[in-house]
Design a protein around this ligand. Structure first.
Ligand SMILES: C[S@@+](CC[C@H](N)C(=O)[O-])C[C@H]1O[C@@H](n2cnc3c(N)ncnc32)[C@H](O)[C@@H]1O
Length: 224
């Protein structure tokens, strides 16, 4: 990619190291990531593509599941987080984990090679998330696995008081283009719901779970 970088890439480049801390060390986030990868259920020897891999917080979980015979390909547009992800790969000596700079809506990946596609905290960044999930379903093809993990507002009675904190988190943990939109939380909720709904439409065996009092949404299934 040689075109100038946009606001999302600038944000995830400027704040890459801080983002990595939040992505890895936020209390409870590790168990949510593990549950999402468990639901995706990659098998030993599989090739998993992680769209919008960011700083690589899921890479070790995915690599553990595919084993030494499998492959993990992390795709992201933002140079800063990609650099953190590459350092993580180098530091751990993971020779079967590859980091690629590309737009997740047009990944340079041969569909014949992909067994599973995973995206965590990414679909809400797209204007048309259901269409992106459709494209990802085409990429993995029938029999391939799709998995999503996202955060959105919770309707759980015990979570109501926390929705205010969540609003602040969304406001400050996103690029200015999202922060300045008139209704960032409604947009987030709508996009997450649309993406997970489309995954269910494309995968008749799809399963969904919630974690963290309903703030975390996990879905996975096998493409029909
Ligand atoms: C909230 S972060 C999530 C990172 C990682 N998946 C995680 O769980 O920590 C969103 C990521 O999506 C990436 N992203 C946004 N739009 C993208 C696009 N069109 N193609 C590829 N990556 C994109 C950003 O660069 C950022 O790294």
């Amino acid at each position: 990619m040689s075109e100038p970088i946009g606001p999302t890439q600038q944000f995830y480049t400027r704040w890459a190291r801080l983002y990595d801390l939040v992505a890895v060390q936020t209390p409870g986030i590790g168990s949510i990531r593990t549950a999402a990868v468990d639901l995706l259920d990659p098998q030993p020897g599989d090739t998993v593509v992680e769209m919008g891999c960011g700083s690589g917080a899921n890479l070790s979980l995915l690599r553990d599941r595919v084993g030494p015979e499998g492959r993990v390909i992390g795709v992201d547009v933002s140079p800063g987080v990609l650099s953190v992800a590459r350092k993580r790969v180098d530091r751990n000596g993971w020779t079967n984990v590859h980091i690629v700079r590309s737009d997740a809506t047009q990944p340079p990946v041969d569909s014949a090679d992909v067994d599973c596609l995973f995206a965590s905290l990414v679909v809400a960044m797209f204007d048309a998330p259901a269409g992106v999930v459709d494209d990802w379903a085409e990429l993995v093809g029938p029999g391939g696995r799709l998995g999503l993990m996202d955060l959105a507002r919770s309707s759980h009675p015990r979570a109501r008081v926390l929705n205010g904190l969540f609003r602040r988190f969304v406001t400050y943990a996103n690029p200015r283009s999202v922060r300045q939109s008139t209704a960032p939380l409604s947009t987030l909720d709508r996009r997450v719901a649309a993406a997970h709904k489309r995954l269910h439409e494309r995968c008749s065996d799809a399963q969904s779970e919630t974690r963290a009092l309903g703030f975390a949404r996990l879905s996975a299934g096998t493409v029909d």
